[in-house]
Design a protein around this ligand. Structure first.
Ligand SMILES: [Zn+2]
Ligand SMILES: [Zn+2]
Length: 390
């Protein structure tokens, strides 16, 4: 860009450094799980209101979702969405570093707002709750909160830096078996042991793994294994997650899992109830937008490594099927510290993490500015998106 916007956006982020770092540390110190992010969302909404945004909070059907808009004074144009997560992991806190995502998103939004008098089009900040467990972005898509958005972007902290991300399609399954209780010693034969069904399902899943492709993942926990050792369990329940890089394989896995669950129920003469929820799709990374973000990263002297082969899942995949989307990963450590760990949680409030949040804010703002001011860039991103759709 020759209009000096890159420098002005970087300066606008730096000028807000103290406030942004305070926001990051406030969210980190007060971890709130999905759909319970009252303090984080209130703090963000207040900052954006003060920054001149028209803020909806709650937004749509979700109390902790935010939609904040600012229309540029540079004439009509496109609409760019900056996304921010702020949910924590239950029992672990910010082991995924979503305080950094929130800070980068807010910083990018405020920097763009500082240039709003010359900005064509519209900027939308979307605060997206419950990424970890409940696919909050799908709820927001269903609520129409992405209406009119031409491209979406956010950053995520990691142990490696790469603009592109590969995600596993993911879905959760709640399995409940209902049998009949009985005294475990005096008349166990009159009971129907629901826990037997659940144990059989774990056996089936274990055997199934040999036939699964290397990228497939199935993992589960027992959420109800009975109430007393001397009572045949009348109820047993489990929570599983199924994942695959291939959307087609993922659909087939769900059919097979259902068949195994029902067979286990039949074997133990227990009724089977299945509830599939929190569906996240594989990621359709937009290379055009990813390359532009990468160029801004390089300007900030941040080098990219290879795309991580340690795959997870995110509801950003659902967004990526709706509009051209990027979700760059930015390293907050040089060590292979796994996400969702105590060590990663502790890294998420260090000076390095604070600096990465500001770099993320700057590169998001610069990339968004390019999309708003360079119609050819969005046209190329759109063409790539449509080619992938057809
Ligand atoms: Zn996570
Ligand atoms: Zn995360």
């Amino acid at each position: 860009m020759t209009d000096g916007a890159n420098e002005r956006l970087a300066a606008a982020v730096q000028a807000r450094r103290d406030m942004l770092v305070a926001l990051s540390h406030r969210i980190h110190a007060n971890p709130e799980p999905g759909f319970e992010e009252q303090d984080a969302s209130a703090a963000i909404a207040e900052i954006l209101r003060a920054g001149g945004f028209a803020v909806e909070h709650p937004a749509g059907s979700t109390p902790t979702a935010i939609r904040a808009r600012i229309t540029g004074g540079g004439g009509p144009g496109r609409t760019i969405a900056i996304l921010a997560e702020y949910d924590a992991l239950r029992g672990l806190g910010h082991g995924c570093g979503h305080n950094i995502i929130a800070t980068a998103g807010v910083g990018a939004a405020l920097a763009l707002a500082a240039l709003a008098p010359n900005m064509p089009g519209q900027l939308i900040f979307l605060g997206t709750p419950a990424e970890e467990d409940l696919a909050g972005k799908q709820v927001m898509l269903d609520d129409g909160l992405f209406a009119g958005v031409d491209a979406a972007m956010m950053i995520h902290p990691s142990n490696m830096t790469h603009a592109e991300i590969v995600l596993l399609a993911s879905i959760d399954v709640e399995v409940v078996y209902t049998g009949a209780g009985a005294h475990a010693a005096s008349d166990p034969w009159s009971g129907r042991n629901a826990l037997d069904a659940l144990l059989l399902l774990f056996q089936s899943v274990g055997l199934w793994r040999q036939q699964l492709k290397p990228d497939a993942r199935v993992h589960g926990i027992v959420t109800d294994g009975g109430q007393a050792v001397n009572i045949i369990p009348a109820r047993a329940a489990g929570h599983f997650r199924l994942r695959s890089t291939s959307q087609a394989d993922h659909e087939a896995m769900q059919v097979r899992f259902r068949a195994m669950a029902e067979a286990a129920g039949a074997a133990a003469r227990s009724e089977t109830q299945l509830r599939f929820f929190a569906r996240a799709t594989a990621m359709r990374h937009n290379r055009v937008l990813g390359a532009r973000f990468g160029a801004h990263l390089a300007d900030a002297s941040v080098a990219q490594g290879p795309v991580s082969e340690r795959l997870g899942s995110s509801d950003i995949g659902n967004v990526s099927l709706a509009v051209p989307t990027i979700h760059p990963m930015l390293a907050i450590t040089d060590d292979p510290v796994p996400l969702h760990s105590v060590a990663f949680r502790d890294l998420a409030a260090t000076e390095r993490a604070d600096a990465v949040a500001l770099i993320g804010a700057t590169c998001l703002a610069q990339t968004a500015w390019d999309v708003l001011t360079d119609p050819a860039l969005l046209e190329a991103a759109r063409a790539e998106f449509e080619a992938a759709t057809s």
